[in-house]
Design a protein around this ligand. Structure first.
Ligand code: ADP
Length: 159
């Protein structure tokens, strides 16, 4: 069975993330969406809120599971016998960072872990959680970028 993990902050989940999840779910037997809880970034939403929103967003996929993890991704993967990471690539600006992480994960795991990159669908190429938060902070409608229930949560949190 092919199992992959799609890790990230998901603060909050956007249609860009959901596009990667949908395409991965069609390619692999099981997709585990892993929310990193000890991120250096200062998140707007708590880990519980992010998990709740993601779970709601993926509820129609039978083979997608949402988990949270602390510490190193590769430790979580070893413990749960997962050897493939999925990441999304939006633009060249993502490339350098993603390459560095993928190569170091491979090295540290002694070549047991690989990363698969999905290039972003063109309609979401510009989209990031940060941009969505920035718009939402000024009351702009963000329902083109995130599911309605996420837009509502952003409103509650920021306005
Ligand atoms: P991180 O803090 O790990 O970058 P994010 O939640 O910002 O977490 O992103 C998680 C993953 O989703 C990353 O691989 C990122 O490149 C990808 N991603 C984010 N937005 C998009 C998008 N609009 N299209 C495709 N991939 C995306």
């Amino acid at each position: 069975m092919s199992r992959v993990i799609y890790p990230g902050s998901f603060d909050p989940v956007t249609y860009g993330h959901l596009d990667v999840i949908k395409r991965s779910a069609a390619m692999f037997d099981e997709v585990i969406v892993g929310i990193l809880s000890n991120n250096a970034k200062n998140p707007l939403f708590s880990i519980g809120e992010r998990k709740e929103m993601l779970e709601m967003a993926v509820k129609d996929f039978d083979n997608v599971k949402v988990i949270t993890f602390e510490g190193l991704l590769i430790d979580y993967m070893k413990k749960h016998d997962i050897s493939v990471i999925v990441r999304g690539l939006r633009a060249v600006t993502d490339f350098e960072y993603e390459l560095q992480i993928a190569q170091s994960n491979r090295k540290v795991s002694r070549d047991t872990i690989d990363t698969v990159f999905l290039t972003t669908s063109i309609e979401y190429a510009y989209l990031s959680s940060s941009i969505v938060k920035e718009y939402a902070r000024y009351g702009t409608d963000v329902t083109d970028f995130v599911p309605d229930f996420v837009a509502k949560k952003l409103k509650e949190k920021l306005l």
